[in-house]
Design a protein around this ligand. Structure first.
Ligand code: DSN
Length: 437
């Protein structure tokens, strides 16, 4: 491993694991990472996530823990919460969810009873697994009514959302998706939720970094609760978070046991996270979230976020010029969803061929897809990770041409090899983690 200096202790104690790590470092360094939900954290974030706070049990919340010795992890969690609130302009943040799924589980179990009706974007139309998929807890615990995107525009079908909401009177509507290239239309969702008396939850896992920097509308004025992951456009460690723009007294009359005071919704969310669905928080990850939020508060992060979107727009134009069919005709964000039907290749074959050429994407269902989720008709492409490496418009154009060379001639091994060597050369010009040398 060339970047081995940082891991000499591991190498001395566990050669087998060291070799696996070395291969992963080589893969990340030498391939083009275009999975829209992935990114590369900064070295300080990685140092914090690999640091001593992994040793600490801290069930509870700052100032109210079930364990001694929590003074410094309390400082770390308070810093993470304060920075999150500043970043997103909100009253409340819970930084303990281990993942986006657990953030969503805690939010749903706070606002709903098992068996209640929810609405979410169909997974096959760009939704998230935890928004009501039948194979997920959300689909098993709740009665799910899924809405879709419009076939022509590829954007949320608000006639359908309104019709389904009036018919099924959901207790909660979820907006946001994992393969939705356009801005999430919080205000339009709010109007429908208000009309039918539903709570509105936004899952901003994908555009969180763009929301934090004002490049995507904020859900805070429109939504009762907002969930996110911290590792996509936000560029933090892998994890989740729950926020509320304005905290409120809970409408279900749940009271604090001793005082009889009506609890705020934030208190109920806190107790749904711990002890409801999690035990000890990952304090090393919470501390790394604080570091990432501190980075996201700097002016450079806004510049970085602008570049993510600019790169995605160059990519969209380039693909359109090469006759690729982009769902919704382009992007407002970091995500591009490509329907490959006119290129006569499935998403699965495209993903595999691109991987052989050192380009990482994921196969993805496209709206109204006739293929299964294991095959799919499309791929999803995103720009956060390559933007972190410093790539800009000319590099993006080259990447699009390389992708097209793979897709157009995916069965030709020599072609894949030749693209791979160009990809490796491009990656070498934008090395990752210089700090490791
Ligand atoms: N699994 C994540 C993604 O790739 O978008 C979130 O759903």
């Amino acid at each position: 491993m060339s970047k081995s200096g940082a891991f000499e202790h591991l190498r001395n104690s566990d050669q087998e694991m060291y070799d696996i790590l070395a291969r992963e470092i080589g893969r990340e360094d030498g391939t083009l990472e275009l999975i829209a939900s992935e990114n590369f954290v900064s070295y300080p974030v990685m140092e914090m996530a690999g640091g001593v706070m992994t040793n600490k049990y801290a069930e509870g919340y700052p100032g109210k823990r079930y364990y001694g010795g929590c003074q410094h992890v309390d400082e770390a969690e308070n810093l993470a919460r304060d920075r999150a609130k500043q970043l997103f302009g909100c009253d409340y943040a819970n930084v303990q969810p281990h993942s986006g799924s657990q953030a969503n589980m805690a939010a749903l179990l706070t606002f709903l009873e098992v068996g209640d009706t929810i609405m979410g974007l169909d997974l096959a139309h760009g939704g998230h697994l935890t928004h009501g998929s039948p194979v997920n807890f959300s689909g098993r615990l709740f009665n799910v009514v899924s809405y879709q995107v419009d076939k022509e525009t590829g954007r949320t079908d608000f006639d359908m959302v309104a019709k389904l909401a009036r018919e099924h009177r959901p207790k909660l509507i979820i907006c946001g998706g994992s393969a939705y290239p356009r801005h999430i239309e919080f205000e339009q969702f709010h109007a429908i939720a208000a009309e039918v008396g539903a709570f509105l939850m936004a899952d901003i896992a994908h555009p969180a970094g763009l929301v934090a920097t004002g490049l995507h509308p904020s859900p805070m004025p429109w939504c009762d609760v907002v969930t996110t992951t911290t590792h996509k456009t936000l560029r933090g460690p892998r994890g989740g978070m729950i926020m509320m723009g304005k905290d409120k007294e809970n409408p279900w009359g749940k009271v604090a046991p001793k005082s009889g005071r009506v609890k705020n919704i934030s208190e109920l969310i806190d107790s749904t996270v711990m002890p409801g669905i999690q035990g000890g928080p990952l304090m090393h990850v919470i501390a790394a979230k604080a570091v990432a939020f501190g980075e996201a508060l700097q002016p450079e992060f806004k510049q970085y976020s602008r570049q993510i979107v600019a790169n995605a727009q160059v990519m969209a134009e380039e693909f359109l010029q090469m006759d690729y069919n982009l769902i919704s005709g382009g992007t407002d964000t970091h995500v591009i969803l490509i329907d490959l039907t006119n290129k006569n290749i499935s998403g699965k074959k495209a993903e595999n061929a691109l991987e052989a050429a050192a380009i990482t994407v994921n196969k993805n269902m496209v709206p109204f897809d006739t293929r299964s989720p294991f095959v799919t008709s499309g791929i999803r492409v995103g720009t956060p990770a390559i933007t972190t490496r410093g790539m800009q418009a000319d590099d993006i154009r080259l990447i699009c041409k390389l992708i097209d060379r793979v897709i157009s001639n995916h069965g030709d091994e020599d072609n894949l090899k030749s693209v791979k060597s160009e990809v490796n050369a491009l990656c070498q010009s934008f090395p990752l983690y210089r700090e490791m040398h």
